[in-house]
Design a protein around this ligand. Structure first.
Ligand SMILES: [Zn+2]
Length: 343
């Protein structure tokens, strides 16, 4: 006897999330991540109009096409991927703990199955000085902007000697209000990324040390605010990825796999991959445009984007079929997952 359940919103207290499950006895609990979000000004430049639909379509195709399956098919509505960390919040509330594995596919300019992703920590640095008339009494002021500029320069020097897999990128979010006022307040925002979370944390500490030192030199004060939603590094499950790869071959979709750490960013799917075996393959929808550009947003709306979405949904559904058909797959995936955890 099958039981279907749809929680249309407010999963784990997130209004824009949902959870749909179809259960039929004992067996693998297969999760499809319907990720959605958009980017300010450039809309679906990350192709989320295709991602969420591909995962949902895969689950529907699997449930309808394989009505004898034994286990559970879930679609998890994962909002706010572009910095909002929807999956981190869902993970904290135990939504993914109920799954044996999770999968989704992301549109791209290349089809690649195995890609790692970088941990990401966000930090805001606020500098506090003292205002004064910039022409009449400059000596009475303490420029928070100078403290921020000196810190930025030293952080830039430091970032050049970090490991090749690290990224440190910062911007000025506040630099004063008028040139004739010595700025009493200035602020920087940084993203720090690395393949290893401890390395990223170590870099954050270096940034803090530099900012404190530079501020102290001119008598300014500093305040640090860390975004509590850190993105974990993503490690794909190779056993699950190999099943997905075979389905691509079956569908005549060319796999253009390059290095596992080439052209990578960060995603909150890393926080899922740390809990259950997970894959996040890329499916080609265009030739050259890269995510987060207007050209990619256009590609995501074209017939080729739609075709990529169908390929993604088909490969995901067929991967689910393999998991239900052969319980040995799950054992292998879990063994690999636990071995990596121990490392
Ligand atoms: Zn994106």
């Amino acid at each position: 006897m099958a039981s279907a359940n749809v929680q249309p919103s407010s999963v784990a207290g997130i209004k824009t999330s949902f959870l749909a499950t179809l259960s039929r006895g004992q067996g693998p609990k297969v999760g499809f991540l319907a990720e959605y979000d958009a980017l300010p000004g450039i809309g679906h430049a990350c192709g989320h109009n295709l991602i969420g639909v591909a995962s949902s379509a895969a689950a529907i195709a699997l449930a309808k096409g394989f009505s004898n399956f034994s286990g559970t098919i879930s679609v998890v509505g994962c909002p706010a991927e572009e910095g909002g960390g929807g999956k981190i919040l869902l993970a904290k509330k135990g939504v993914f703990h109920k799954l044996d594995c999770a999968m989704m596919a992301h549109p791209d300019c290349k089809t690649e199955v195995i890609k790692k992703m970088l941990a990401l920590i966000e930090i805001d640095i606020e500098f506090f000085g003292r205002a004064s008339h910039a022409a009449a009494e400059p000596e009475k002021g303490i420029s928070a902007l100078n403290a921020a500029v000196f810190s930025y320069q030293e952080i830039l020097k430091m970032s050049r000697i970090l490991s090749r897999d690290s990224r440190v990128h910062g911007i000025f979010t506040h630099g004063g209000s008028k040139p004739n006022i010595i700025p009493p307040y200035a602020a920087l925002k940084y993203y720090v990324r690395a393949l290893d979370m401890d390395y990223a944390r170590g870099t954050i500490q270096k940034i803090k040390d530099i900012s404190l030192k530079e501020a102290k030199k001119i008598g300014a004060k500093v305040k640090f605010t860390l975004n509590p939603l850190s993105y974990e590094p993503f490690h794909p499950n190779y056993a699950l990825a190999n099943i997905f790869k075979r389905q691509l071959k079956l569908l005549n979709v060319k796999n253009e796999q390059s290095g596992e750490t080439e052209r990578i960013g960060s995603s909150d799917v890393g926080n899922v991959g740390g809990l259950v075996p997970t894959i996040h393959p890329s499916i080609k929808i265009c030739d050259n445009a890269f995510c987060h550009t207007i050209d990619f947003a256009k590609a995501a709306l074209k017939p080729r984007g739609f075709q990529g979405m169908i390929q993604a949904a088909s490969a995901l559904a067929l991967t689910g079929y393999e998991l239900f058909s052969n319980p040995g797959h799950l054992k292998k995936m879990k063994a690999e997952f636990l071995q990596r955890k121990r490392r």
